[in-house]
Structure formats: C-alpha cells, structure tokens
Ligand binder design. Structure first.
Ligand code: SAH
Length: 387
C-alpha cells in the first residue's frame, strides 16, 4: 500500500490552493517510509503526488497535481529552475537572495538562500529529506556553487523526527560571506547567524527606507546593522540599537566596511531605551522598528500585540515633526489587518496626526502566495508624523 487516502476535508484543501493535508484528514496511511506518495480521495480518485511525513502533524505536502508525474531528478531540476528564473531581476542589486521559498515556489518545506558563490539550504520535512540528493544535484548543476551548507538546526525538524544539525553537503562554505545590497556591504554568517546567515527578507525595505531617511535616525533591533547601514547614507547620525553585544560588534565592523562614521552603537533593551529617551525629551527624524517575532504561536498574539503597540507608541512619541517611522512585524500569527489596527491604536494614544506613506511586504524572492498564508509573514508600514 503505497497510496495515501484522504477524506473530503483533506481533498478540499488542495482544491482551495493550499498544499498541506493534516494527519487527521489522512484516512488510510501509506505503509511506507517518508518520501513521495500518490494521494487518492476517499473514492479512489487520484489527486496527485505529495511529500509524505509519517511523524508530522502535516502528513502530506502537495508536489504535483498530475498523478502521472514521476518525482525524479528531472522533476526537481525543472521545479528549481523555474524558482531560480523568478529571481533574475534581483541580480543587478545584490549577491544574496532567497532562491527557493518553500511552498511559495512549489517546493514544500525547502529553503535555499544564495550568498554570493555559496548556497545555504534547509530541509524542513521528512518527506523532503528523502530527496536531499536530487535537490543538491539540481542546485549544483543549475547554480554551480562553490559549496552547499545545510542549516538543518531548526526546531521544526524535531516535529518531523529529523536530527537537528548543520552539515556541509558539497564543497566548502566560509564562516563569513560579504554581501552587497543596493550599494551597502555587510557580512553574513552562514554557519552561525540567524536564519541562514542574514535577514534577506527585509532587503527591499532596507533599501526603500534608506532612500527616504534623514536627520537623526534610530535603528532599534538592528542585528548586524542592516537598516542602520542604509540609513547612514542619508541621515546625519544613526543610533544602532540591539540587545546582543556580538550582533552590535558585527554591526560596527560592517559600518567600517562601508566607511560610515556616523553610526553609534547602543547595547540595550529597546523597550527601556525608548522609554528613557521619551523621559529625556529626545526626538528623532527617522526611526526603524524591526523586532523579532513577538508572536511565535497563535496563543501569544494578545501579549505580542501589547509589545508591538508599546514600542510603536513610544517611537511615535519620539518622532520630530515631519519625522518618519518604518515599522515592521515578522510574526506570521499577526495578520496584516491586526498589524494595522495596532498601529491605529498606537497613533490614537500618541495624540498625534500620523499618515501612512507606504505599506510594505515581502520581496520577489520570498513569494507570498494568496492561498497559502504561511508563505507570508512580513508586513511593514512607513508612517509620517504630520504635526
Ligand atoms: N533588522 C534586522 C533584523 C532584526 S532581528 C535586519 O534587517 O537584519 C531582531 C534583533 O532584535 C536581533 O538582533 C535581537 O538581538 C534583537 N532583540 C531582540 N529583543 C530585543 C530587545 N528587547 N531590545 C533590543 N533588541 C532586541
């Protein structure tokens, strides 16, 4: 029995454009190890091929609606080639971008980021893990990288019954890679940095905010200085703040790499810092808030909203007349409407007139598919203080 049979609810998920079928909707489990499996509906009609993860809550991830497809080397070559083709416009602006955004590129649970001559991958399901060789072969022939590193140290892998590890899959990958994005240079740390070594998902927003920045600027949650470096090209002075000393050390190195001398670095808790500046009566002309995900689960949303509102309200109070606030959230569980509602409440409490200059989202290398909400998580807004 190498077929998975799903109930009507499971079949409907694929019809509505979502690739996941949960364990509870699989009425007959295939008697096979993780890998690709043909899926039938309850009446025995073939629905297509899926990745099968025996231990996961997400049992099936749709690969191909064609029951006659063979999920072989040629299949992966074609799927990955079409993902790569979507990124071509970015190559003029940067040497670091996401090559494969999982479900967003029709490659469920697969992440691949391109850093200059190297690739960093993440295999996030047991079904996908079975195709490691085909995927690395496809990447090697299509990209010809000097090395491929698997950052398979993500907690999600435990839910799939997979080991958490960072392993080299091909060639060699350096500890540090210089990234350029829209004329700014910084160092990514593929082996040890957050995600696959850097936050590529905010690239376009960093560039965008960099073009409008001015005056005295503040980059809260700066990490290795990503927004600060862009701000510093237009602003007179930038304060780059983070609670992590090592991240700030790298931010300082990055500033030097760009010959930027107008950035100062502050190791502090952003909540405390904003409160203190408010007490002091300090103002800023440009502020960036790009915090980590405050809501890691659905249950955490109410508490997270209080946190988001707190920092946004305080940042609004610190803005000089005409000042700009770029604010973002990367919590998947905080929807766009909730994010905007939170900003509206913060603006109301600030007692000031604040307009929306732009609403921003994800760049083209992180495609957000309308029928797959999980492919989208970043929302941002550029706000202007009207008073
Ligand atoms: N803006 C960055 C990404 C920020 S990631 C970019 O575009 O690359 C979030 C950062 O927030 C991390 O560097 C983390 O160290 C920092 N951080 C987390 N909690 C914090 C807090 N309470 N105060 C200040 N920084 C914090």
């Amino acid at each position: 029995m190498t077929v998975a049979r799903v109930n009507a609810k499971g079949a409907r998920r694929w019809l509505s454009g979502h690739p996941w079928i949960y364990r509870t909707d699989v009425v007959e489990r295939p008697l096979m190890e993780a890998g690709a499996v043909l899926v039938h509906d309850q009446r025995g009609k073939p629905l297509g091929w899926a990745l099968w993860s025996p231990q996961s809550e997400i049992s099936l991830r749709l690969l191909d609606r064609d029951p006659d497809a063979s999920i072989d080397q040629a299949w992966w070559d074609e799927r990955i080639a079409s993902a790569i083709a979507r990124r071509t416009p970015l190559e003029d602006h940067t040497n670091a971008f996401r090559l494969i955004h999982g479900e967003g590129d029709g490659c469920p649970s697969l992440i691949c980021d391109h850093y200059d001559a190297w690739l960093v991958v993440q295999f996030m399901s047991a079904g996908l893990e079975r195709f490691r060789e085909e995927i690395v072969t496809a990447l090697r022939s299509l990209v010809v990288p000097d090395g491929v590193l698997a950052r398979n140290d993500v907690p999600l892998r435990s839910k799939e019954g997979l080991p958490r590890e960072t392993v080299l899959l091909h060639g060699d990958v350096p500890r540090e890679i210089e990234v350029h994005e829209y004329g700014v240079r910084y160092v990514a740390a593929p082996w040890t940095g957050q995600k696959t070594g850097a936050f590529l998902d905010q690239r376009e927003n960093r560039h965008f905010v960099g073009t409008v920045a001015r005056g005295r600027a503040l980059d809260c949650f700066s990490y290795h200085g990503s927004f600060a470096l862009h701000l510093a090209r237009k602003a007179t002075h930038v304060t780059a703040l983070d609670s992590s000393g090592p991240a700030l050390q790298r931010a300082a190195d990055n500033a030097e790499r760009n010959s930027l001398t107008n950035i100062s670095f502050v190791e502090a808790n952003a909540f405390d810092f904003l409160r203190e500046k408010e007490r002091e009566g300090t103002t800023f002309d440009t502020i960036v808030l790009d915090p980590p995900a405050f809501a890691k689960t659905r249950a955490a949303v109410p508490g997270a909203l209080r946190g988001y509102k707190d920092i946004n309200l305080r940042a609004m109070r610190l803005l000089a007349p005409g000042g700009l606030l770029y604010t973002a959230s990367c919590s998947f569980h905080l929807s766009k409407p909730l994010f905007l509602e939170m900003l509206q409440e913060a603006a109301a409490d600030s007692g000031r007139r604040i307009s929306i200059r732009a609403i921003t989202g994800q760049p083209i290398d992180h495609p957000e598919v309308l029928t797959i909400p999980e492919t989208g998580y970043i929302k941002g807004a550029l706000l202007e203080m009207m008073d």
